[in-house]
Write a protein that binds this ligand. Structure first.
Ligand SMILES: [Zn+2]
Length: 422
């Protein structure tokens, strides 16, 4: 019992330290009167009351959807863990698989996958299709959306099933030590997918081509030279076929590293603003955020797998969860439930780390361009196009925000232009 509580205390301490780190990182910007104002109070300076209201209406519904999805996921795994349902699915899988162990696990995994998609489909349909149309953000037909959804589900299932079969083979091999080789496999797959998705998965959904506008290409080249980075291709993606939102991202590993700009970004932003967005992505590159992300993911996965291995051991011993050996596939819902709980419990830490990376990239972009006015302009353009929540509740930022809120980012640029941070 003591060890459970010490884990909880450890997580609470980590969460508390993320809050303290955040508070220290918040830029304090002097107003004209010399009185320090918090970033959130500067909203009317950059956004109209209507923009603030629209952003709030859009974002607040999204927060609710995130929490509903978490509740549905937890509820489904809890239902399977605490009722005889999983045992029934296992018995069905055994008879369908004709006694073949690997096939039993595959069928069981497939049924769980189907239940998961059945439970979350209404949320996906509403959140990523109907609601996007209500707010005038989506440009996608239902047919195109449904095809994307089906492809996504097929790819995820196709990748998860072999991993699941391997996982249970490892548990059978060593019910105590399976988490070590499982960890090695997961980390390898994580790194491999980072390297291969840009060339294998992403093209299944979008069309990429090098940035066309010669003036922009020239600007990009000057910027990357100044950054001293040997950059792979800077690509534009046909995001406008699906959305009016704008964005950019940095992805890939080794030979597949690339910066991708939404075509909507290029059409709605000035060249200076695009340059700032690109400089932000180069900032991620400069600070090795992809590698750091993989390293952090690897460390937390090891901790999670170790915990789950202990949990399965105890649960099998107790006999209260429908399995008496961890290698019985009935243990899968409990494993998924534990993963989900750990993921939700550590979410504030995960997003705090992400926000730190984003701040670093923002600062890099300011140093690289020395153009805080364009930085602010690009933040305003992005916030308008994406219906950002201009003044999000602090608790929501703490729990969900992978990026600092827009006014905080603007405040950083203001502080930079005041040469308060160098
Ligand atoms: Zn970023």
């Amino acid at each position: 019992m003591l060890s459970q509580w010490s884990w909880l205390l450890f997580l609470l301490a980590l969460a508390a330290s993320t809050i303290m780190l955040e508070e220290r990182a918040l830029p304090k910007v002097p107003s004209a009167s010399g009185v320090h104002v918090s970033p959130a109070e500067k909203a009317p300076q950059y956004f109209s009351a209507e923009e603030i209201a629209r952003g709030r209406a859009y974002a607040r519904g999204r927060y609710i959807l995130v929490f509903v999805r978490l509740a549905v996921t937890l509820g489904l795994f809890a239902l399977l863990t605490l009722t005889p349902l999983a045992t029934k699915i296992r018995d069905l899988s055994v008879s369908l698989a004709g006694g073949r162990v690997w096939l039993t696990i595959a069928v069981f995994g497939l049924v769980l996958g189907l239940l998961y998609y059945a439970a979350t489909f209404p949320l996906s349909l509403y959140g990523s299709f109907l609601r996007e149309h209500t707010f005038g953000l989506s440009t996608q037909t239902f047919r195109s959306w449904a095809w994307d959804y089906a492809k996504q589900a097929l790819i995820s299932t196709g990748m998860m099933l072999p991993l699941l079969i391997l996982l249970y083979a490892l548990i059978r091999w060593s019910p105590e030590r399976w988490y070590l080789p499982a960890w090695a496999v997961i980390v390898a797959v994580m790194a491999l997918m980072t390297e291969l998705s840009p060339i294998l998965i992403d093209p299944l959904f979008h069309t990429f081509r090098p940035v066309q506008d010669p003036a922009l290409v020239e600007r990009i080249r000057t910027l990357t030279d100044r950054a001293g980075l040997r950059v792979g291709p800077v690509l534009e993606v046909d995001a406008s076929r699906r959305t009016k939102k704008t964005n950019a991202y940095f992805t890939g590993l080794g030979g597949t590293r690339r910066v991708v700009l939404y075509d909507t970004l290029i059409t709605t932003s000035t060249p200076e603003e695009v340059e700032l967005v690109l400089a932000h992505e180069l900032g991620h590159w400069r600070r090795h955020h992809i590698w750091k992300g993989i390293a952090l993911g690897a460390a937390s996965t090891l901790a999670a797998l170790w915990l789950i291995a202990r949990l399965l051991h105890v649960a099998a011993g107790s006999g209260r969860f429908g399995f008496i050996h961890p290698a019985d596939v009935v243990s899968l819902p409990l494993m998924l439930l534990a993963f989900a709980v750990l993921n939700i419990g550590t979410m504030p830490i995960q997003v705090a780390i992400s926000r730190t990376f984003e701040r670093e990239a923002d600062l890099e972009s300011l140093r690289l361009t020395d153009n805080p006015e364009a930085f602010i302009a690009s933040e305003v353009t992005l916030a308008r196009a994406n219906l950002a929540d201009i003044q999000p509740p602090k608790a929501i930022v703490w729990f969900l925000y992978t990026h600092p809120p827009v006014l905080e980012r603007i405040a950083m640029a203001e502080a930079y232009s005041g040469k308060e941070i160098q």
